[in-house]
Design a protein around this ligand. Structure first.
Ligand SMILES: [Zn+2]
Length: 122
């Protein structure tokens, strides 16, 4: 039997283990538990999913397919999460833009119903 002692790398946020430092660093950038990847959008009722037709260039011509994108009803725009931002593989949408999720948001709302807007007298 061979016993080897070697360094392993552990994600600071979720404790996942990696043998290669490079992959651990890559993972940490997109780790869901990395506070840097947290956005108010994830707990906000304005965020919904929308099915959208994406047009793309295949190299031989244009093609299309349907994808599910995140959409903010309040800001009236598509939003992509930090993970997509890091990878740089966001879709381009028209006429409504696909933007990165804001770090802080003025229209953030975690209420689950619309009733408060009717009864809120502040
Ligand atoms: Zn992690």
């Amino acid at each position: 039997m061979k016993i080897e002692t070697k360094e392993i790398y552990k994600c600071e946020h979720c404790n996942k283990l990696y043998q290669l430092k490079h992959w651990c660093l890559e993972h940490e950038k997109t780790c869901n538990k990395n506070p840097d990847n947290d956005r108010a959008c994830f707990g906000c009722r304005h965020l919904t999913k929308k099915s959208e037709t994406i047009y793309y260039d295949t190299g031989y011509g244009e093609s299309e397919r349907k994808v599910d994108l995140l959409y903010c009803n309040k800001l009236d725009t598509f939003l992509y999460p930090p993970k997509v931002e890091h990878k740089g593989n966001m879709y381009e949408t028209e006429p409504k833009e696909n933007k990165p999720m804001p770090r802080t948001c003025k229209v953030y709302d975690d209420e689950s119903t619309d009733f408060d807007e009717f009864f809120n007298c502040n």
